[in-house]
Design a protein around this ligand. Structure first.
Ligand code: MG
Length: 474
């Protein structure tokens, strides 16, 4: 397997360093709890502290003031399943064979609808399994979306328990759905562990129910290290909000939904404080991909970034991210280094004193020193939005090819849709965060374009040489 020097060295240090010397945890006897709150389709600009003005997120803003706000935090896919596969494994989506979205099996040709046939491979080592190796209690509450067949459920991937809808909330029937929808999906399942306990649950109560479960889990595990993974169903469409939050925000239902999510975060943080766990708990809040812009007022915003979900532009991949760990992450810090969800697994492993597997490639980097202020810069200089799109430092390059565009493109660009670009595109993100003007035609950048092109080519070869398949059942 060939790996270029810039990745090879840190990866080796990471694997062998962790295998031989357990790194310092928050406390020698008790590693920190990790609470990972993962919204669905929440845009870069959808928090007050990131520029939202039509609704308020006071609890999230307070969390940002008490911890760090990461302004260049990336997901390596701009759709649900691929993004979650990366989060769970610390790997690029192509590495683990999950690049799209999993669906349940639809009714067809006399066959009934049922669970899907594919999912994240059960042999993949997830962040939950890494933490479990160090004695963590683990739970997943909410939208899993890495396979709903029993072989692929969270309980097969390191989670002690699971509660939630295992895929997107628009994959089936819901209250108010237009009558012309195709009735070939199975009823939307609400699962407890491996069992369907309700079908087509009233989605107005989901955020509240998930939150209550999360708080119950924290209370039950207050004396042991725990990993709470809370992937919310919202604000993916169809949007639903409980009565208490309905009609409260200026930006209609979407704003109401965000304000209920904000309440949820506040309730979880209050529980941690009450149990005196603030100094022993890393809380992470982020999103699986950018906003679904074609949903209009039912979608979020990513200003000033270009486009959103389904695209390789910054609005699709750069998401809001807050991290709070009282006494460890400096309060009120804005971190503008590149960090990605794939870095969370190695970082969690370091904090927990766990080893990473030596038998496979993990793409993520340990960013714990950067988060806690011990290192000035993020160890991640290079990030691949996809095998064809790379960011290195201030520069972003798209290889020539066809690219999906959802939002109307900036002036001076070809009309959107699925657009063929016969030339590479180069953007300087600090001066052009909206990716408006490609500098590819300027002769002075020819060398840089060549270097970044080579980075993509090497990455593609590496993926080809060392990738693993998704799971599949007959
Ligand atoms: Mg999503």
């Amino acid at each position: 397997m060939f790996l270029p020097p810039f990745r090879f060295v840190p990866l080796l240090v990471l694997i062998f360093g962790l295998a031989t010397t357990p790194l310092a945890a928050a406390d020698a006897t008790r590693p920190p709890n990790i609470v990972l709150i993962f919204c669905d389709d929440l845009g870069y600009a959808d928090l007050s502290c990131q520029g939202a003005t039509d609704f308020a997120t006071p609890h999230l803003d307070k969390m940002a003031a008490q911890g760090a706000r990461l302004t260049h935090f990336y997901v390596p896919a701009s759709v649900c399943s691929a993004s979650r596969a990366a989060l769970m494994t610390g790997c690029y989506p192509d590495r683990v064979g999950v690049t799209g979205v999993f669906f349940p099996t639809l009714a067809k040709d006399g066959q009934p609808a049922g669970p899907g046939k594919a999912g994240l491979h059960p042999d993949e080592l997830t962040i939950a399994e890494v933490l479990k190796s160090r004695g963590y209690a683990t739970t997943c509450i909410g939208k899993w979306h890495l396979g709903d067949h029993p072989d692929f459920l969270p309980t097969r991937q390191g989670f002690d328990s699971y509660f939630g809808i295992p895929y997107s909330n628009d994959m089936g029937w819901w209250e108010g759905k237009p009558k012309d929808f195709k009735a070939d999906f199975p009823p939307i399942p609400l699962m407890e562990g491996d069992w369907i306990v309700e079908t087509n649950p009233d989605q107005r109560h989901l955020t509240r129910r998930y939150t209550e479960r999360a708080i119950q889990f924290i209370r039950e595990n207050a004396t042991s290290p725990f990993f709470l993974y809370l992937p919310h169903t919202m604000p993916h469409i169809p949007l639903f909000v409980s009565e208490a939050f309905s009609g409260k925000a200026r930006y209609g239902l979407y704003g109401d939904v965000i304000q209920e999510l904000d309440w949820s975060v506040g309730a979880i943080l209050a529980t941690l404080s009450e149990l005196k766990l603030d100094e022993n708990t890393l809380v992470i809040f982020t999103s699986d991909n950018g906003p679904w812009l074609s949903m209009g007022s039912h979608g979020g915003k990513a200003d000033p970034l270009r486009d959103g979900k389904f695209t390789r532009y910054e609005g699709g991949h750069r998401v809001p991210c807050l991290m709070r760990w009282t006494g460890r992450i400096p309060a009120g810090k804005v971190l503008d280094g590149i960090v990605s969800t794939i870095d969370l697994l190695p970082t969690a492993a370091t904090l927990a004193g766990a080893s990473l597997p030596a038998d496979r490639t993990v793409d993520g980097r340990d960013v714990s020193a950067y988060l806690t202020g011990k290192a000035e810069t993020s160890p991640r200089e290079v990030f691949f939005h996809s095998p064809e799109v790379v960011r290195r430092g201030e520069w972003k390059l798209f290889l020539p090819g066809k690219y999906q565009e959802v939002a109307p493109p900036p002036a001076g660009n070809p009309p959107g849709g699925r657009v063929e670009y016969p030339h590479p595109r180069l953007y300087h993100l600090p001066t052009d965060p909206g990716e408006r003007t490609s500098l590819h035609a300027k002769a002075e950048y020819a060398g840089l374009i060549e270097e970044l092109t080579q980075l993509c080519r090497t990455h593609q070869e590496d993926l080809k040489a060392a990738s693993r398949p998704a799971g599949r059942v007959p």
